[in-house]
Design a protein around this ligand. Structure first.
Ligand code: ADP
Length: 673
């Protein structure tokens, strides 16, 4: 008997070099990734190339990173949906206050998703041989399809007339009505019905004829059941994809901080899916989305596949944020990439230049967000279904802060145990003095700041005790002087300054119009980054006043030997739109009659050259802005009265909305005596 010492055994073991170890690890990772056939072939080719490449060459690192990326992609990995449908509403309500219409539409969307996934397909098996019928029926029922049978073409036709079937599997040669005749009749009844022809007389001619007449596939007898299952699965999958492609992609629109991302996360949570979000704002190059070809040095995959790799599953809820903000100087066709991504017919083979192998993204749920949907290019916009998120009233902000933001920020600052109580007055103080927004981002940030400062007091000074009330006074001390003063805070109005209500991407805003007159050469000077439409509104307002000078008690030649200057403050921000017409004309009248404009009056409305007052858009956000600024009277075109009536009572609370159809009414309402 020969004995070896331990060291000798170890020395005789085949040793692996570090490179070999690396190859094996890579190979195992690729095997584990269960790549589709085409990708597996490419991976094998690249791996054998890597083996032959010298490690010191740049090609080695490039191929190695490529294969690592390839292996890390979730080609098959997906989370299982666990949609407890009755729970969806509960889950959304648990995390979100209000937003009734948004939630309703989201629940409808998920309901369709749910039904689609649970959908059982109806199949009709037609064969004059009973044994063949029964066998086929049995195999397909075992696959989970609902199967009916018919003994001949006529019997099948009568069933098709009574109800719809997703797929008909028919013998070709039959008495009374053969498979081809049945195919024609079935297609006439419903062109969506798919027909698979089966025959024992497999001739190329009959196959071609059946396919020409619209059969989806052709199988010879005796039927290979594996082939049959695969064919049927493929036909029905395609059909489902087509149905999906008819469904829209949700696009959440509205000002920042109104809960769009949050609801997106809610959908993912309700479905048990992972959530991914990429911002498209300022995107400059198609390669950012689709990656660079590997021929470029330092090439990388695009952001879409990078995110999919990061999240590790191919079916997340994928939020494409700010789809309306893709940079104007975008290189390439952004819409084309996004259309490819959002179209279920195309996203089964999404192409990333770096990967260079199609990747199936069809099981992801895409949701877009935009501040202004009109800025999205036409073909892309057509694919989107808009769901509007509106700004919140002060009361809504207070409730959301009490129920969600304060508890979340207290916990983020590890203050749960102190059981601090934020008084409503304290939250209102933050809302009024430290934020000016339609949404909640600023409010959440300020609450977070208060909580951090409280945490500091708790540790350093130990002045925070259990169950302490956080009141307005403490908030004022912690946050310092108010960040914003209210526009209506002035007790007396000014001459030549009128408050217009503007709609911006961030919600409504008060926009002041200032007018001045001076010696000159009858010029109208316009400043404040005014767009074309706004400049024309100013000219129209001036011409209207010149033509109606007498009505307003202004001397007829007030313009001769003078210049008029109209300025809109915040000159760095470009402004446009027709709805400042009333404010422009009122600032001018105030200037020319030397009457003060009431400081608590704001207005919106387009003014025509003949003095007609035309309706405007964005009333809800504008009235919310007026409320935020503590205005009391709002002048709105009478033509908008239906819109005003549709608004919830809370939006017009504390506001006197005056509907006007003549400019003299505006003067009466807005000028002090
Ligand atoms: P957006 O995506 O529209 O910019 P977010 O979803 O990021 O807005 O919302 C900003 C913050 O406000 C988040 O913390 C979010 O949870 C919260 N929020 C917004 N709307 C609501 C709501 N209706 N109920 C509860 N929290 C909300």
């Amino acid at each position: 008997m020969v004995f070896f010492r331990k060291e000798e055994v170890a020395a005789n073991q085949p040793t692996t070099t570090p490179e070999e170890g690396e190859f094996t690890a890579l190979q195992q990772a690729i095997e584990k990734a269960s790549l589709p056939q085409a990708a597996a072939a490419i991976a094998a080719g690249e791996l054998s190339r890597l083996k032959k490449t010298d490690q010191s060459l740049p090609e080695y690192a490039i191929t190695h990173s490529y294969l690592t990326f390839l292996a890390a992609l979730p080609w098959k990995r997906a989370t299982d949906d666990h949609l407890y449908f009755k729970q969806v509403q509960v889950l959304l309500d648990k995390e979100h206050y209000g937003l009734a219409q948004v939630k309703e539409r989201v629940v409808e969307f998920l309901a369709v998703q749910n039904l689609r996934e649970q959908k059982k397909y109806d199949l009709l098996v037609v064969d004059d041989e009973q044994i063949a019928r029964t066998n086929l029926g049995y195999v397909l029922a075992k696959e989970g399809y609902r199967v009916e049978t018919a003994a001949n073409g006529l019997e099948a036709l009568s069933q098709l007339q009574k109800r719809r079937f997703d797929l008909v599997l028919t013998d070709l040669k039959m008495d009374k009505m053969d498979g081809n005749q049945l195919l024609e009749a079935a297609k006439q009844l419903d062109s969506d019905t798919q027909v698979v022809m089966i025959t024992g007389f497999a001739t190329v001619g009959s196959a071609v004829e059946a396919l020409r007449k619209g059969a989806a596939h052709y199988l010879p007898k005796p039927v290979n059941f594996d082939e049959l299952r695969a064919v049927i699965r493929q036909i029905l999958n395609n059909k489902q994809r087509l149905q999906l492609s008819r469904g829209p992609v949700l696009c959440f629109t509205g000002p920042p901080g109104t809960g769009k991302t949050s609801i997106g996360r809610g959908i993912a949570a309700a479905l048990g899916r992972k959530f991914v979000r990429i911002s498209l704002a300022g995107l400059k190059d198609e390669a950012e989305l689709r990656g660079h070809r590997r021929t470029y040095v330092g090439a990388m995959p695009g952001r879409i596949l990078n995110e999919i790799k990061r999240v590790g599953v191919k079916n997340p809820v994928f939020m494409l944020d700010e789809i309306d903000k893709i940079g104007n100087d975008f290189q390439g066709d952004a819409s084309a990439v996004l259309l490819e991504l959002l179209d279920p017919e195309q996203n089964t083979h999404f192409s990333d230049h770096y990967l260079d192998i199609p990747f199936d993204l069809s099981s992801a749920i895409f949701i877009a967000t935009a501040n202004v949907i009109e800025n999205i290019p036409g073909p892309l916009r057509d694919r989107l279904e808009r769901i509007e998120f509106a700004g919140y009233t002060e009361r809504e902000k207070l409730s959301i802060a009490q129920q969600f933001l304060v508890p979340r920020q207290l916990s983020a600052a590890s203050l749960e145990e102190q059981a601090l109580i934020f008084e409503a007055a304290a939250i209102l103080k933050i809302i009024r003095d430290h934020t000016r927004e339609a949404g909640l981002r600023g409010l959440e940030r300020e609450i977070a700041a208060v909580c951090r400062k409280l945490a500091r007091l708790c540790v350093v000074d130990q002045t925070v005790n259990h169950g302490m009330q956080v009141d307005a006074e403490l908030v004022a001390k912690l946050l310092g002087p108010p960040k914003y003063a209210h526009a209506a805070g002035d007790t007396r109005g000014r001459i030549g300054v009128a408050a217009g209500l503007a709609w911006t991407e961030a919600g409504g805003e008060i926009m002041y119009v200032e007018a001045g007159i001076m010696k000159g050469t009858q010029q109208l000077i316009l400043t404040g980054s005014l767009g074309q439409v706004l400049q024309e509104s100013a000219r129209t307002a001036l011409s209207y006043i010149r033509s109606q000078a007498e009505t307003f008690g202004i001397e007829a030649d007030f313009f001769s030997g003078r210049d008029i200057h109209i300025h809109l403050p915040s000159g760095a921000i470009s402004k446009d739109g027709p709805s400042a017409g009333l404010a422009l004309a009122l600032a001018l009248i105030s200037l020319l009659t030397r009457r003060h404009v009431r400081p608590d009056v704001a207005m919106t409305g387009e003014l025509s050259l003949t003095g007609r007052i035309l309706p405007v858009a964005g009333l809800r956000e504008k009235l919310l802005a007026a409320q935020r600024e503590h205005m009391s009277t709002i002048i709105v075109p009478a033509a908008n009265s239906a819109d005003v009536q549709r608004l919830e009572a809370e939006i017009v609370e504390g506001l006197e909305v005056v509907l006007v159809d003549d400019f003299t009414q505006v003067v009466e309402q807005a000028l002090e005596c």
